[in-house]
Design a protein around this ligand. Sequence first.
Ligand SMILES: *Cc1c(COP(=O)(O)O)cnc(C)c1O
Length: 376
Amino acid sequence: MKPIQMVDLVSQYHKIKDEVDEALQGVMNSAAFINGPEVQSFKKELAEYLNVKHVIPCANGTDALQIAMMALGLKPGDEVIAPTFTFVATAEVIALLGLTPVLVDVDPDTMVIDPKAIRNAITPKTKAIVPVHLFGQCANMVEIQKIAKEHGLVVIEDTAQAIGADHTMEDGSVRKAGTIGEVGCTSFFPSKNLGCFGDGGAIFTNDDDLADRIAMIVNHGMKVRYYHDEIGVNSRLDSMQAAVLRIKLRRLDEYNANRRAAAQAYSEAFASREDVQTPVHAEYSSHVYHQYTLRIKGKDRNALQKHLMDKGIPAMIYYPVPMHLQSAYQDPRYKKGDFEIGEMLMNEVISLPMHSELTEEQINHITSSVLEFLNQ
Ligand SMILES: *Cc1c(COP(=O)(O)O)cnc(C)c1O
């Protein structure tokens, strides 16, 4: 059996090696490293895939969030609502821009931001909501858009973990994750569902004016070269990354389908267990399984992780500490005990290996090792 990894990028590369190598050689031959034709084509192809008007590539997913907030004109003192149970990037850029992060709890089943909690956190200073489509499943965008409309708020979707996921709207129409709010932000970090060979990110929007401002901000705040209309940043996706992403974008649905098949095999193996909660599917969203995350109930989750390690199976805790308990984000507004669900999840969750290349043999070894621990 091939060694099991959390993410197997080498096997994935080998299946597309000839195509990728040729594309990278092409970039080197042209030396169009920045903003070359590969970047322009990728922008168009991703916009078509997502069915969104504008895609503005940038250097990484964290930049994407920061640039979106800058382009929306959020100012120090503005309150931005974000989930406490997530990756740090969201709270980080809010804090870096001098905005006030307002943390809220998540839904215990889907683990994404809870619309009821958003409603309760709104004050006259609230300006924006940042739903994170955690682990590959969308936050409830119908409810979130309703709340945003009622209160005149902007919605910035963090879709770094859910690219390709489908969200069903109230009228039955289907939209891609990241294209529902004012702006969507994603990451092409190698281990994401659509990953490049380094760092990369993108911002999407259907709003022409906002797209103009984003395009200006990523490029030092300039439209005409060396004339700077506002303070911007330098955040680019390079041509090598775009070349890789174009090839992988054509296979994204297949990669996501492989992840779903692996997830289904996992969930079937654990279906009858009362000490394990398998991922719960929201009726409004498809799941692209950036992570396959179990909740372990009444058993020692850390001991399970160790048991799996001993069997040659990596397993990760996403995330061991919610934002309100992180040292860097200590705030007199929050204390331990404030977010019941986030604090429960931090002790129960464990993510099993998840990628597009898992074999049946590997999956069987993983599920039988988990069951062996639970039965002992
Ligand atoms: C990965 C990730 C980011 C940040 O992306 P980078 O490209 O690493 O900066 C932001 N939000 C979430 C939810 C992520 O998973």
